[in-house]
Design a protein. Structure first.
Length: 331
């Protein structure tokens, strides 16, 4: 590997552009190539972002010898196929959240990465944001005592047509996989995998969830109360409650630049500025792991991605959203 990590970008949508903007802020990163389903989209994206090589297929990107790691930024329904293709071609992969549509597909990718000795990470960038890392340290060090409750929500408003990615079951639509993955991951971060799950949702005519409430229960007695939706702007805030204090994260809680620690009535405001759009931290984590020869990130370990997917599967079973056949809904 050269001293700069050479990134390949797979898909040319909204988040791919944001990620490339943040890679440009990292001296150790270079965007070597982009791959798309069509040569035209790849060429346009390459032109817009000054990327040297544009490939008109995922296979050509995966076979590019001058790419060290591929960032997969397709809709969720294609994460498994695209990531598998890259791993089979010998590439390390950072795959957008949610890792896949279900636990079995995530397990398949992790097994393959392990067998091939390749790095693989879910792009759960929240976990790499400086404020969230600091909060995780504080909680682990007992700054608020034992965690007894977590609250987190992620609701967005908008007039999403049935063909939109968020409503199309063939693209893994619904609030849970796109937005709910953040509050669910947040709860796992501070409480681990739950012992009990209760969930309710309203389903659209396409049978994906648009307004979803989730309660996670723990043998310790702790409770996580979570919400996600695509029918209204919610606070997108989070709170971690402990026996001796609490920590409040302002909107957006998955990428905060500050947080407040309450010790009894005393409030301590902590600033933790964000560089760029905040996506460079996960890229740095990937590059650190590659340099160290790791297959998985200690910050976003495979076990946590599997635990979260297991919870998402259980929630979907309760609310009646059932993706099969790589995104086709079975009903
Ligand atoms: N980390 C974050 O903050 C964040 C934010 C937004 C989204 N995301 C995640 O990133 C992923 C992409 O989201 P996005 O908002 O960028 O979506 P998007 O704007 O719709 O772009 C997705 C891209 O994937 C390709 N694509 C479209 N339909 C496809 C299909 N049926 N099969 C395979 N590829 C297809 C297209 O690129 P080509 O035409 O080049 O093939 C398209 O531009 C999602 O999984 C989402 O959860 C993460």
């Amino acid at each position: 590997m050269t001293s700069r990590t050479r990134w390949g970008i797979l898909a040319t949508g909204g988040i791919a552009g944001t990620f490339v903007e943040d890679l440009a802020l990292l001296p150790d990163a270079e965007v070597a190539a982009v791959g798309s389903r069509t040569a035209e989209a790849a060429r346009r994206f390459a032109e817009r972002h000054g990327i040297p090589r544009a490939h008109g297929s995922w296979a050509d990107l995966a076979a590019d010898p001058d790419v060290d790691v591929v960032y997969v930024a397709t809709p969720h329904s294609a994460h498994h196929e695209a990531t598998r293709l890259c791993l089979e071609a010998g590439k390390a992969v950072l795959c957008e959240k949610p890792f896949t549509l279900d636990l079995a597909a995530t397990q398949d990718l992790i097994t393959l990465a392990g067998e091939r000795g390749l790095f693989l990470m879910e792009a759960m960038w929240m976990r790499t944001i400086p404020a969230v890392r600091r909060i995780a340290e504080l909680v682990a060090d007992g700054a608020i005592g034992e965690v007894t409750a977590v609250y987190a929500d992620f609701g967005i408003g908008g007039d999403f047509p049935p063909t939109h990615r968020l409503r199309d079951p063939a693209l893994g639509g619904g609030a849970l996989l796109d937005l709910g993955v953040y509050p669910v991951t947040f709860a796992h971060l501070f409480l681990g995998p739950p012992q009990r799950i209760a969930a309710l949702a309203n389903l659209t005519p396409e049978a994906v969830d648009d307004n979803t409430g989730i309660i996670l229960g723990y043998d310790s007695g702790a409770i996580a109360t979570l919400h996600c939706g695509i029918v209204g702007n919610s606070p997108v805030a989070a709170t971690i409650v402990g026996g001796t204090g609490r920590i409040e994260l302002p909107s957006p809680f998955f990428r905060p630049d500050r947080f407040t620690v309450y010790h009894g009535d005393r409030a301590e405001l902590v600033h933790a500025p964000i560089r760029g759009n905040g996506m460079g931290y996960e890229a740095e984590e990937v590059m650190r792991c590659l340099a160290d020869g790791r297959l998985e990130s200690p910050l976003v370990p495979w076990s946590e991605s599997l635990d979260v997917m297991r919870s998402l599967d259980a929630i979907r079973a309760q609310i009646g959203v059932d993706y099969e056949n790589n995104g086709r809904i079975a009903r």
